[in-house]
Every structure is written in structure tokens, then in C-alpha cells.
Design a binder for this molecule. Structure first.
Ligand code: AMP
Length: 187
């Protein structure tokens, strides 16, 4: 079981983002769930990777060659793949993952989150897409989802795709329920 982690290439201003990112990395490692992420050692991306590795977890990085200088590849991952473009990175992260988690981040994080969200909407995958709403960071986005549903731009039955967790424990519950479903299906 692997989960994709999407998060900021910066750490944000509040220490709670780092604290909660570390907590998630540790919880995933202890649950023997591997992470797939962008492969860099900067920002919250580096924080989650380090926390997972320091608890003997498995971390796979997918780094586009042209970003190597800007994001600085993490040199101590379980595996790192260098790929030719952002598109290949995003596709490979999806292919290797059984669930997707967005932590606080900027436009890159939102781009990745919305891509896997929309792919779930049109049935391209059936894996959970989770917003890790650390310290209410995504409250405004969640409100906007409500508006999109209310105004008829997201169908009511697609509401279930929006999964929000406030703690690492809630994330693990969603991921392990999904793991049970995959095991029952034999995939
Ligand atoms: P950010 O949330 O903007 O700090 O970016 C987080 C991650 O998203 C980093 O790994 C970036 O390389 C990646 N990213 C940034 N811009 C884009 C983009 N236009 N498309 C896809 N990923 C991006």
C-alpha cells in the first residue's frame, strides 16, 4: 500500500504545519504504508519524507529532471525516479498510489489535488482523495466545494469524493478502510 503525498515546497508560516506533517509521516511509517511524493527535500515535502524515513518507512520520490535545481532532490529515499516532465511525474505518482493526500501547500499542491479529484469524478480511479485540513488551512476551500455543489457545478452524489481529515489518525482510518476494500477485491 502506497499513498501519494501532495504538499508545499515551502513549510508555511505556522509551526503546526511542520508538526502535523511529521505526525503523518510517522503514522504512515508505523502502519507500514509507503509514501510516493515529489522527491525533493524542501518545504513540507522534505518534512514528511524525513519523518517517514526516520521511522523506517518507505519513501518513493518522483522528480522531474528540470526541477532538480529548484527543489533539490532528497538523497536518502528508498527509491528515487527522475522523469522527463511534470506530466510524467503526476501520472507516475498516480500509478504507484492507492490513496492521495493533500497537505497545506500552494498552487502546485492544489493542481495535483484537483487533478486526482477530477480523475475520481470521471471514474479514472477509485482511490480516496483526502484533504488534510491542518489547523483549518482548507476551510475556505471546503466552503467553496459546498458552493459548487449548491450552485449545481458538482453533482450531489459526487460529494463523497471530498474527504477531509483533521488528524493523521483520521487519515489512517480512511486509508486502512480502503486497504480492506482492495484486499477483498484481491487487487
Ligand atoms: P507548491 O504547493 O506550489 O509549493 O508546489 C508543491 C509541488 O507541486 C512541488 O513539487 C512542485 O514541483 C509542484 N508543482 C508546482 N507547480 C506545478 C504545476 N504547475 N503543475 C504541477 N505541479 C506543480
Amino acid at each position: 500500500m502506497n499513498v501519494a503525498i501532495y504538499c508545499g515546497s515551502q513549510t508555511g508560516k505556522k509551526p503546526v504545519y511542520i508538526e502535523k506533517a511529521k505526525e503523518l509521516g510517522e503514522a504512515l511509517a508505523k502502519s507500514k504504508i509507503g509514501i510516493v511524493y515529489g522527491g525533493s527535500n524542501v518545504g513540507l515535502m522534505g518534512t514528511v519524507a524525513d519523518a517517514t524515513l526516520s521511522h523506517n518507512g518507505r519513501v518513493i520520490g518522483i522528480m522531474p529532471e528540470h526541477l532538480q535545481k529548484r527543489e533539490i532532490a532528497h538523497l536518502h529515499l528508498t527509491e528515487i525516479h527522475f522523469v522527463e516532465s511534470m506530466h510524467v511525474r503526476k501520472k507516475k505518482m498516480v500509478d504507484l498510489s492507492d490513496a492521495f493526500i493533500a497537505l497545506p501547500g500552494g498552487c502546485g499542491t492544489l493542481d495535483e489535488y484537483f487533478e486526482v479529484f477530477t480523475w475520481a469524478q470521471i471514474g479514472l480511479h477509485h482511490n480516496p482523495v483526502i484533504l488534510y485540513n491542518i489547523d483549518g488551512f482548507y476551510d475556505a476551500l471546503i466552503q467553496h466545494f459546498e458552493k459548487m455543489i449548491e450552485e449545481g457545478f458538482i453533482r450531489e452524489e459526487q460529494r463523497t469524493i471530498l474527504k477531509v481529515a483533521a488528524t493523521a489518525e483520521e487519515i489512517l482510518t480512511i486509508v486502512s478502510n480502503h486497504q480492506d476494500v482492495l484486499l477483498k477485491k484481491g487487487s
